[in-house]
Design a binder for this molecule. Structure first.
Ligand code: GP9
Ligand code: MN
Length: 674
């Protein structure tokens, strides 16, 4: 502690006695380098995300320029200009490429997308005409400026700070530390959401807005290299494991009463953002939170014990797992880093059967790299933000409201159906997205407790003002949108020959304490029951995790299934289950046709798993019994742990090493040779 204090005092002393005038007069070239590159970074934000003078990205840009620039002091005076020029050229390339890229893609360049970006070169003429603009080259002023300034200083016989190596090292350290301190100050202002988005890289516009262009680009470089390094070694071993696994575990394609029941029908998938079963089961003052979903689930097949199995790729992980029956990748997300692999997907299998495959999402098509991911999953066409009319009054949270999204989607779908025949279409909802604070847009839904006392209505606040309460209001809105969608589809005649599939894409990450309030509210005292109270219901780790379950529903207009399937099920089981119903035969699905099973192991990307009987926490090696009649022995735990580890590993290897493609190619080659 004392040491730290001494050091702090020393720094304070140093700053106090620092001779700024002398510093400026001996570092003119360096200062010009720093300022001009920071101005370029602001210019780029001005041309793209328009937040050119925000303090946070400015600090981050400044820190990066200082840190990279500091190394100039390790060079002798003659070489210093060359170094500053090289770094400036690098920064210029970053700015110019991103400026061009933004005009074309409305997003920022990524090393992981270099191959796709280069396809722009094929349409060279169009690029010259439509993409290249004078503004993209304005950044070059910086290089001319630095060059001329250098000549000017040279003419004046000005010598940039050089001196003996010992002194230069000191200046290098001083500048580097200064850069790092600025970066540290910047990072202190970064919120947890911003941090998480930096690591996931799914919304690149957001990253440049908050972190500046240089931090974005270097972070992107490291992430892209990480994905490349991951696959440099270990191919042979992974391929062997893959072959062994599939020779022993061919997916069981048993016929059952659901086999082929939907063959040839349209498939309409609703990706219901953050809808949890908790919303489906909840009501306030006799009003259901999700009356439409409740009706749809009662008429269709409701899988009541269903989990999304998403990881850090959230929405995109669910889209991927739904399509491929593989698990999310352990590191990063398939959407951002491993979209360019060959996967066996529901969409591709349906396409082979003559389906027109379509996806719809009224948000930026670049989010979660869907522009590329959706092609890779096998969609013919992706209708994104640019296909929709977005008026300010129709915006909720991240973008176009679900009601308006559906309203505009149905005519497009109808046209596609009339022109191209049967379809498989996925509609990705958006409004019910955290932070659930667009309360003025959701419409009336009270989450208080109302009671009639002596002919008067008395209200107790209950969940009003809590995040969970707001979530219920938002979910109520999303449910109403689904209700309207069904009406619009029906009017357009699109329900008659269609099977509708609805899934909640992941849980809403709601605070545990809000559930405690939901279960333990005492209206008399307007507070939470005491933990000692006999009616107190605790919410432990397991209960919270089990509560993250989401709905999965299969519905058709003509058939009243009125069926609930209680078997534990995960998103990986969707593709094999639907495949059987649609007459498809997948080979690499890691999930099961749930209609063939009474019990099932639902593995999570973090190694946890759940069955009908227990939920297992792999980090703590602890479990909670769900079914009191079940016999749980250590063999069950060991066996289910093995299943989980194996499936996660095979899935990860398929993704990393592109095993479906590479091993099928290899088989084709061997067959060709024999
Ligand atoms: C982004 C939207 C939300 O377009 O799908 O994604 P999420 O944050 O849920 O992963
Ligand atoms: Mn989502």
């Amino acid at each position: 502690m004392k040491k730290l204090k001494n050091r702090f005092n020393k720094i304070k002393e140093y700053i106090k006695n620092f001779n700024y005038k002398q510093y400026i007069s001996t570092n003119r070239q360096f200062i010009a380098f720093v300022l001009s590159n920071v101005i370029n970074a602001c210019l780029l934000r001005f041309f793209t995300v328009h937040n050119y003078f925000a303090i946070k990205p400015l600090l981050a840009d400044l820190a990066i320029v200082l840190i990279l620039g500091s190394f100039v002091y390790l060079f002798k005076a003659k070489k210093q200009f060359t170094y500053l020029m090289v770094i400036s050229i690098l920064f210029n390339i970053i700015c110019i490429v991103n400026s061009l890229y933004y005009t074309y893609y409305m997003s920022f360049a990524s090393f992981s997308l270099i191959a796709v970006s280069l396809t722009v070169v094929d349409v060279g003429d169009a690029v010259v005409k439509n993409v290249l603009q004078v503004k993209d080259f304005l950044f070059l002023w910086q290089l001319f400026f630095l060059g001329f300034y250098h000549l000017h200083l040279k003419r004046k016989k000005y010598i940039e700070y050089a001196g003996p190596m010992e002194n230069r090292k000191k200046r290098f350290t001083g500048t580097l530390v200064f850069g790092l301190i600025i970066y540290a100050i910047f990072f202190m202002t970064v919120t947890s959401v911003e941090f998480s988005r930096l690591s996931k890289q799914w919304n690149r516009e957001f990253l440049v807005t908050k972190f500046g262009i240089y931090t974005y680009q270097f972070n992107d470089l490291f992430k892209s290299l990480d994905a490349k390094f991951n696959t440099l070694f270990g191919y042979d071993n992974a391929a062997k494991e893959f072959r062994d696994y599939y020779s022993e575990n061919t997916i069981e394609l048993k016929n059952n009463e659901y086999t082929n029941i939907f063959e040839g029908r349209n498939v309409l998938v609703i990706h219901a953002e953050s809808i949890q079963n908790a919303a489906i089961h909840q009501e306030f003052n006799g009003e259901k939170v999700t009356p439409n979903l409740n009706r749809i689930k009662d008429e269709g097949i409701y899988f009541s014990n269903f989990y999304a199995q998403a990881s850090s790729g959230t929405s995109s992980d669910s889209e991927f797992t739904f399509a491929s029956s593989l698990f999310p990748v352990t590191n990063g997300s398939v959407a951002v880093s491993y979209w360019n692999r060959e996967y066996e997907t529901l969409q591709k299998m349906l396409k082979e059967k003559g389906y027109n495959t379509l996806s719809f999402h009224a948000n930026n098509g670049d989010f979660w790299n869907r522009n590329n991911l959706h092609k890779s999953l096998g969609y013919n066409t992706f209708y994104s933000k640019s296909s929709y009319t977005i008026e300010d009054e129709n915006i909720i949270g991240l973008g176009l409201s679900d009601k308006e999204f559906f309203k505009q989607t149905v005519p497009i779908l109808k046209k596609e159906y009339d022109e191209n025949g049967k379809f498989m279409a996925t509609l990705i909802m958006l409004s019910n997205h955290t932070p659930f604070d667009a309360l003025d847009k959701y419409g009336e839904f009270d989450v208080d407790i109302k009671e009639e006392v002596d002919g008067q209505t008395v209200s107790y606040p209950y969940m009003e003002g809590t995040k969970l309460g707001n979530y219920f209001k938002s979910a109520h809105y999303a449910d109403a949108a689904i209700g309207e969608l069904f009406e619009e589809l029906d009017e357009a005649g699109l329900l008659d020959n269609t099977v509708v599939v609805i899934y909640g894409d992941h849980d809403a990450k709601l605070p545990k304490n809000d559930y405690v309030r939901l279960y333990n509210y005492d209206k008399e005292t307007d507070s939470i029951l005491d933990k000692e109270d006999e009616n107190y219901r605790p919410v432990d780790y397991f209960e919270y995790e089990i509560n993250r379950s989401v709905p999965f529903i299969i519905w058709t207009k003509d058939r009243q299934f009125n069926k609930t399937v209680d078997t534990a099920m995960g998103m990986v089981d969707v593709m094999p289950t639907l495949s059987n119903m649609l007459g498809l035969k997948p080979t690499y699905a890691l999930g099961n046709d749930i209609m063939n099973l009474d019990n099932n192991v639902v593995s999570f990307p973090n190694g946890n798993w759940v069955t009908n009987d227990i939920y297992y926490n792999s980090q703590k090696d602890e479990y909670k019994v769900i079914n009191p009649n079940a016999i749980i022995d250590s063999d069950t735990i060991t066996k289910n742990n093995e299943i989980t580890t194996k499936k996660l590993q095979i899935s990860n290897d398929i993704i990393l090493y592109d095993l479906i493609k590479n091993e099928t190619d290899r088989l084709d080659r061997t067959e060709g040779e024999s």
